[in-house]
Design a binder for this molecule. Structure first.
Ligand code: C5P
Length: 248
């Protein structure tokens, strides 16, 4: 099993790994994408849709193929429930799990504490705290919080909870990335809402190209539909990786 799963060198900006989001209800479709990407596809994100449809055994299959798996189920519940859910994720051997920062400090601390227990884990599972979803914008926040603080201040407040809980990092959009990195330099940033130049935003609101996200300090990227819905997924992934590798 691949144990050198995630880059962690603080000295230099490396090429951020690209997690391909397998958002589908069809296990055949997911298998087809993984097969088409071949050795180029090393990192996969399994989210709610795929997990509900065919999850656990598929995650195991990916791990057996030495793929790095990010299980993005965005836990938000009482600390005890989240702790036990994290324990299950850790025992599966996934590299990253998400929790909502909105779940609060005790919940995040429970998740981080459980993930740090070494006794039963196969890999070091990292906890990432979701700030605001990349599909949200100031206008789509609930009215009660819309005008309290700027969107960025609210995201920074959520990042501060992740920082206080010693989470590995946050999930944020490329728009808040630079501010988070300045204020909380030890937090890693995983950035979804990535759209290669010229591609549709679809339901994403706060998007960036792969290169923009890298230049703003992204440590990991998530790309779904631009790859999975492309006529040639391998070509799109290859061009994203080239864009990330070729330029600082
Ligand atoms: O297809 P697309 O590239 O928009 O997929 C983005 C993926 O990232 C989806 O699986 C979505 O659930 C996830 N995500 C996101 N925004 C967040 C956290 C996760 O879009 N804040």
């Amino acid at each position: 099993m691949n144990l050198t799963l995630l880059q962690d060198d603080p000295q230099k900006q490396q090429t951020p790994p690209v997690f391909v989001a397998l958002d589908t209800s069809s296990v055949q479709e997911a298998q087809h994408i993984v097969a088409r990407l071949g050795d180029l596809g090393t990192h996969y994100k399994i989210g709610l849709q795929a997990y509900m449809a065919f999850g656990h055994s598929f995650v195991e299959k990916l791990l057996l193929q030495d793929k790095t798996v990010f299980l993005d189920l965005k836990f938000m519940d009482i600390p005890n429930t989240v702790r036990h859910a994290v324990k299950e994720g850790v025992s599966m051997g996934v590299s990253m799990l998400t929790v909502h920062a909105l779940g609060g400090l005790p919940m995040l601390c429970a998740a981080v504490d459980e993930a740090s227990k070494a006794s039963f884990r196969k890999v070091e599972t990292k906890i990432l705290a979701v700030t605001y979803l990349t599909s949200l914008s100031q206008e789509t926040l609930p009215l009660s919080v819309q005008h309290q603080e700027s969107f960025l201040d609210q995201v920074l407040e959520l990042a501060s909870i992740a920082n206080d809980a010693n989470a590995h990092g946050v999930v944020c959009s490329a728009e808040e990335l630079a501010a988070i990195k300045i204020k909380y330099p030890k937090l890693k940033a995983l950035v979804p809402g990535i759209r290669p130049q010229g591609m549709q935003k679809q339901d994403q609101a706060r998007t960036a190209t792969p290169l923009e996200a890298k230049q703003r300090g992204a440590d990991y990227l998530v790309v779904g539909r631009p790859i999975t819905e492309a006529p040639n997924p391998q070509q799109v992934l290859q061009s994203i990786l080239d864009e990330l590798r070729d330029r600082v």
